[in-house]
Unconditional design. Structure first.
Length: 277
């Protein structure tokens, strides 16, 4: 599987607020530098590189420290937490995430959250829940965003945020809820980040959620190399495909692409701060 062609560039530049440069997918290898160059050529001026393990979180933080086009998010993925097998070993790894979180270009804790699709068993779910709550604590202690992975766990994610207290900036990465969850996000000032799957015909619930969202609470992402937008579904995703999703979001909201891109840029900087300077 090869990467899709470059789309028409955006006239107003914006960001990809969730990507995984470290994950290889498909038959064609593209370097991080090439990924960033392609993104810039179509109006994507910066990305948030997201860690999902201790190793990839360290890699993400290191990349952000040396490249002004990149900010980092660090965390143990919800499905990674149970792999530690014990609370003691999990806490050791979480303490290293906490250290990474103090770096100036680490601007989010994520992706963290709950995943009831892949994680099963009482002991595993307890470790996952503990990890989520510890990541929330780290985000609050460093006053940075919390980037949530929520798969078939909407109610428990919301209940946890309300019980332990949410950070000031919460992002539902790859938003997967319906209008009910969207209304909860609206009421609480939580951000909804939409990926390429909003372009898929069957995902009307995503478009309905976007349609009612407050304009200042919407973000765009790729989750690359996954969730490639139509008409390239099945091929590797990349940050340079963000314009396709932006244009679909503009269509759903009934605005011009330039207006949508400008709003997304403003929102993204409100969550993560500035990339340069």
């Amino acid at each position: 599987m090869s990467y899709p062609p470059l789309p028409e560039p955006l006239e107003v530049a914006t960001y990809d607020n969730h990507t995984h440069f470290d994950i290889a997918y498909g038959d064609e290898a593209i370097s991080t530098e090439e990924q960033l160059a392609r993104a810039a050529s179509v109006g994507i001026k910066g990305v948030v590189q997201v860690g999902v393990t201790l190793e990839t979180s360290k890699w993400s933080a290191a990349l952000a420290a040396k490249d002004p086009r990149v900010l980092a998010a660090v965390a143990l993925h919800p499905n990674e937490a149970p792999e530690y097998g014990s609370l003691e070993k999990l806490n050791e790894a979480i303490s290293e995430i906490a250290e990474l979180a103090t770096q100036p270009r680490v601007r989010a804790i994520g992706e963290t959250g709950l995943d009831f699709f892949r994680t099963e068993g009482e002991d595993s779910l307890k470790l996952q829940q503990h990890s989520f709550e510890e990541h929330i604590r780290i985000a609050k202690e460093n006053d940075i965003a919390l980037m949530i992975h929520d798969r078939e766990a909407h109610d428990q994610v919301v209940a946890t945020l309300k019980r332990v207290g949410a950070p000031s900036k919460v992002v539902f990465h790859c938003y997967s809820g319906d209008v009910d969850l969207a209304q909860i996000c609206i009421d609480n000032g939580w951000y909804m980040s939409f990926a390429g799957n909003i372009t898929i015909k069957r995902n009307q619930h995503l478009r309905d959620s976007l349609a009612i969202a407050r304009k200042e609470l919407i973000l765009v992402e790729t989750d690359a190399p996954f969730l490639t937008p139509e008409p390239f579904r099945g091929r590797p995703n990349a940050s340079y495909l963000v314009p396709i999703t932006v244009r679909k979001m503009a269509e759903v909201r009934g605005v011009e692409a330039n207006e949508m891109a400008a709003q997304l840029t403003s929102n993204t900087e409100a969550v993560y701060g500035v990339w340069h300077g």
